[in-house]
Design a protein. Structure first.
Length: 400
């Protein structure tokens, strides 16, 4: 009888140990997946929602929210609804610590939909220290992509990609005198350096450069410095508010070179602020034109914007955020019913060659060795108050 008693007690002890082990594993799994509950997955954003560049952040959040609302209306991801917590950093590197602290308080699973090179430079070490993935920042600075950083992904083509495409097309169209007006910070200097590298390939250099301060509209000295060199083309390494001020002042002085820019100008916001003076300005986009309804992702974007953000007009900025949201959702789906950050990272790295709905020429390029999603860029020119796709650069130069 004593032996039977011992066996019975051993079995009780064994069952208790197994139960404790299971509880420990469940607790560990929960600790590895902050921001994930039975019903919800939290995503966090730090972007510019106030100040002279707030239209960027507003468009970014609208585009992301439109897709998340669509997914939630269709049952969420593996039964969990998506929640986006958005905070303002004013496009000010000094405010990044406080904004990131807000994300930590929210205990988000992953971050996305950030804005700006100078601010992103501050966020990256914070994200890496907390092992928090980031998918999508409105910046193409090279430091985001190289070297590859575990958990840091960006959809957009780099500033190098955009500027090289600009310069090469201008050069093929016989433009030789090219100047640069740039924002004097990490973003502007990166674009300036990209322009110098692209021109050096043609054994040339900018004929003049001018700089202004971030979040300021005192662009007069920059205009004077470049105007004096009489360039045919001026690359604006500027956000929309400063770019609009430059173009309006230049035209007011009777100076009308061909102004060109990368996607960072925020074309629709630039048009809003610059008004009729935006006509003829060229800018690159990193997503296809938002009126390209032959593309499934663009069609869905327009449908979601009409349904969930009915008072909002389409824009390249919100379309880019929408596609970033698609990447996040696809990553969560591939991470399975019990997602962890590591599973999520591996899922995004598995998307190499995926057609996310932007056409076979714009397949995703994510892999363990490559965390830049797209490389292709699309040139547009402002015509009748809207960005219009074009292919003949010589015509742009002839119309200036």
């Amino acid at each position: 009888m004593f032996i039977v008693y011992l066996i019975r007690e051993f079995r009780k002890w064994y069952r208790t140990c197994v139960l404790l082990m299971v509880c420990s594993l469940v607790t560990l799994a929960t600790a590895q997946a902050p921001g994930v509950s039975d019903r919800q997955i939290k995503i966090g954003s730090c972007a510019v929602l106030d100040g002279p560049n707030r239209l960027y952040g507003i468009q970014i959040v609208l585009g992301a929210t439109a897709y998340f609302d669509y997914i939630n209306d269709h049952g969420g991801v593996n039964g969990r609804k998506l929640s986006l917590s958005s905070f303002d950093d004013g496009y000010d590197p000094e405010k990044t610590s406080a904004c990131f602290a807000a994300l930590m308080r929210e205990k988000v699973f992953a971050a996305g939909f950030f804005f700006g090179s100078a601010t992103t430079a501050k966020y990256l070490p914070l994200l890496e220290a907390e092992h928090m993935p980031l998918v999508g920042t409105y910046s193409g600075a090279p430091f985001i992509y190289e070297p590859v950083k575990h958990g840091i992904f960006n959809l957009r083509a780099s500033y190098n990609d955009e500027t090289r495409e600009l310069v090469d097309n201008l050069w093929r169209s016989d433009a030789r005198r090219i100047g640069v007006i740039y924002q004097d910070d990490a973003f502007g200097r990166t674009v300036l350096d990209s322009a110098k590298v692209a021109l050096a390939k043609h054994k040339a250099a900018p004929v003049a450069v001018g700089a202004y301060t971030r979040n300021a509209l005192d662009v007069g000295p920059a205009i004077e410095a470049v105007h004096a060199a009489k360039p045919e083309v001026v690359i604006l390494a500027s956000t929309y508010a400063a770019a609009a001020e430059i173009v309006k002042r230049a035209h007011g002085q009777g100076w009308r070179p061909l102004f060109v820019s990368g996607s960072y100008i925020g074309t629709d916001a630039f048009i809003t602020v610059a008004g009729k003076e935006a006509e003829g300005v060229v800018s690159m986009q990193i997503v296809p034109p938002y009126d390209g309804t032959d593309l499934p992702a663009v069609t869905l974007y327009r449908e979601c914007l009409a349904k969930y953000m009915s008072r909002t007009q389409p824009s390249p900025t919100s379309l880019e955020a929408f596609v970033n949201a698609m990447v996040i959702v696809e990553g969560l789906k591939r991470a399975g019913k019990n997602p962890t950050r590591e599973k999520f990272i591996a899922a995004i790295e598995s998307m190499d060659g995926m057609d996310i709905g932007l056409g076979p020429e714009a397949r995703l390029e994510f892999s363990p060795q490559h965390h830049k999603g797209l490389s292709r860029v699309y040139p547009t020119v402002v015509r009748d108050g809207k960005p219009e796709a074009f292919s003949d650069w010589a015509v742009m130069l002839a119309r200036k």
